[in-house]
Design a protein around this ligand. Structure first.
Ligand SMILES: Cc1cc2nc3c(=O)[nH]c(=O)nc-3n(C[C@H](O)[C@H](O)[C@H](O)COP(=O)(O)O)c2cc1C
Length: 327
């Protein structure tokens, strides 16, 4: 069939296609000389359940085209969120793509990667011309899958897929609230409620150590950046709304958690060995709270929540210093 060249802007076409969110796969095969070959591909899709068929398309510019065209078997690996780096490696020409990659034994000689979300071991059933790509249709000979969260790809960027269960979102089925009220969809309410619910669990744990929330913030700042002035401590904890006073620091000194050094007009605060140990214990408690929440949310949603919270922190940052920046 003679095809006319598209008259529309190729970049706009690419951008429009990119809105179709996909997973990310690595497709592997073995060359005639026995060397492993693989590329990152998001053109993978299911075709048929019975017989079990899948497809993907390979650019005619890919160096691996002759190997895939002549090969009889290939494996599709649906990548997990942990495998973003591997995706980058298999998308880059000239990289030693299989360096230090552990393989499993499969039904064919095609390399079978580990730790994926799903794997489909295929035999080439058909090959079709597809413009500047070749379409491979494979019969699935074997497959397996795990509960690892899948990596997603949208508009040229890696993404995380967050589930959207209906039961968790009570949408506008109730009458609209009066003007003076707010809905449970208000971001401030959601953030505030989430924050206090999580913090309260931590507060209970910290209060068992006879310390309050402010002491928790001070010790964690000093654990990351020791030897600070009162002013510096305050810049790091100011986002919490707490104001640390000299009296507060003297209290921590009496508890043998902080040592005060320097001249009266240039006091510096340093964690004692006790203070460091207690802070590390608090960190362990914070991790327990996080693990319990992650188990309830699921690791994929917990990861997505962190990504969004980090973005929220950046867009709402009033210009605070970076606690983790190298000194
Ligand atoms: C997320 C993502 C998806 C990709 N999907 C495809 C695809 O479906 N088909 C394709 O030919 N190339 C695709 N590529 C590009 C190839 O991975 C890249 O060109 C690779 O270097 C080809 O390897 P080769 O030339 O060594 O064979 C994709 C790249 C990325 C990052």
């Amino acid at each position: 069939m003679a095809m006319q060249n598209a008259s529309f802007d190729p970049q706009a076409f690419r951008a429009a296609l990119g809105t179709f969110t996909t997973g990310v796969t690595i497709i592997t095969t073995q060359a005639e000389d026995g060397s492993p070959v693989g590329i990152t591909a998001n053109s993978f899709n299911s075709v048929s359940l019975n017989p079990p068929l899948v497809l993907w398309s390979l650019s005619k510019n890919a160096r691996s085209l002759p190997v895939f065209s002549n090969g009889k078997h290939w494996n599709v690996h649906v990548l997990s969120t942990e495998q973003e780096k591997l995706s980058g490696r298999f998308a880059t020409q000239g990289e030693d793509k299989f360096a230090e990659v552990q393989l499993d034994n499969g039904v064919s000689e095609a390399p079978l990667l580990q730790d994926c979300t799903a794997r489909f071991q295929c035999r080439t059933a058909f090959q079709y011309e597809g413009g500047d790509h070749v379409i491979f249709v494979g019969e699935v000979l074997a497959f397996d899958h795990s509960d690892r969260a899948p990596l997603a790809f949208q508009s040229g960027q890696y993404a995380l897929a967050t589930r959207k269960p209906r039961s968790e979102l009570r949408l506008a089925t109730t009458p609209p609230p009066p003007e003076c009220s707010y809905t449970e969809d208000l971001l401030g309410y959601l953030l505030g409620r989430g924050h206090y619910q999580v913090l309260n669990t931590l507060r209970r744990m910290v209060s068992n150590q006879q310390l309050d929330e402010q002491a928790f913030f001070i010790l964690s700042v000093l654990c990351i950046r020791d030897n600070l002035s009162l002013e510096e401590i305050n810049t790091f904890v100011s986002y919490t709304g707490h104001e640390v006073t000299l009296a507060g620091m003297r209290f921590l000194e009496r508890q043998h958690l902080v040592a005060i050094e320097g001249d009266a007009d240039q006091l510096r605060f340093v964690l004692t060995a006790n203070g460091r140990e207690l802070s590390l214990q608090q960190l362990a408690l914070a991790k327990v709270v996080e693990e319990e929440l992650s188990a309830k949310l699921g690791s994929a949603d917990a990861q997505a929540l962190k990504v969004l919270l980090k973005r929220l922190i950046v867009v709402s940052d009033p210009g605070l210093p970076d606690l983790w920046a190298p000194r």
